[in-house]
Design a protein around this ligand. Structure first.
Ligand code: GDP
Ligand code: MG
Length: 163
């Protein structure tokens, strides 16, 4: 069985873009797993010779904010079971939001190792958000651009000890 890497983050940070980037041409293999919540998408990922299962989560993308904490917890707990490592994605252009901080607090209590990924870091626009990300206390963020394929070697190095 391949190691499992789960992508977590608030809406619009680029989780699905990263998923598609890592799955690449094998996108056709991606499908909702039968019997599993539709909030998760599984794919076979390849990154510089690393093979792993990648899980895209959308469980936090609920319209009703009042239901967020409960759903967050349920979705994340379910998805984190069996995950070898979590990619916690933030938007380096938008900077940190209260929801990022809430997710960060939650993830810190979980037994799964977390790699903080500052996405949309291409160009100058991502620089402030990248530095802000240090304040989460989750170590040095890996600067990536899922859309442009930048930072993939750094992501590889960060994943290597866990997969
Ligand atoms: P999700 O809601 O976290 O799954 O985010 P999506 O993958 O749907 O992306 C949300 C938006 O961010 C889309 O408009 C993407 O094109 C954009 N986006 C994703 N990755 C990048 C990136 O690396 N750089 C920039 N500038 N935009 C990105
Ligand atoms: Mg998505």
């Amino acid at each position: 069985m391949l190691p499992q890497v789960i992508i977590i983050g608030r809406p619009n940070v680029g989780k699905s873009t990263l998923f598609n980037r890592l799955v690449g041409k094998k996108l056709a293999l991606v499908d909702d797993q039968p019997g599993v919540t539709r909030d998760r998408r599984f794919g076979e990922a390849h990154l510089l010779g690393l093979d792993f299962t990648i899980v895209d989560t959308a469980g936090w993308e609920e319209d009703d904010p009042s239901s967020l904490p409960g759903r967050m917890r349920a979705q994340t707990e379910a998805a984190l079971v069996g995950a070898d490592v979590a990619l916690f994605v933030i938007d380096a252009r938008a900077g940190l939001t209260p929801l990022d901080e809430e997710i960060s607090r939650y993830l810190r209590e979980q037994p799964v190792p977390v790699i903080l990924c500052a996405n949309k870091a291409e160009g100058r626009a991502g620089e402030s958000g990248l530095y802000e990300a240090f304040s989460l206390g989750m170590g040095e963020p890996v600067a990536i651009s899922a859309e442009h394929g930048e930072g993939m070697a750094d992501l590889f190095e960060a994943l290597l000890p866990h997969v």
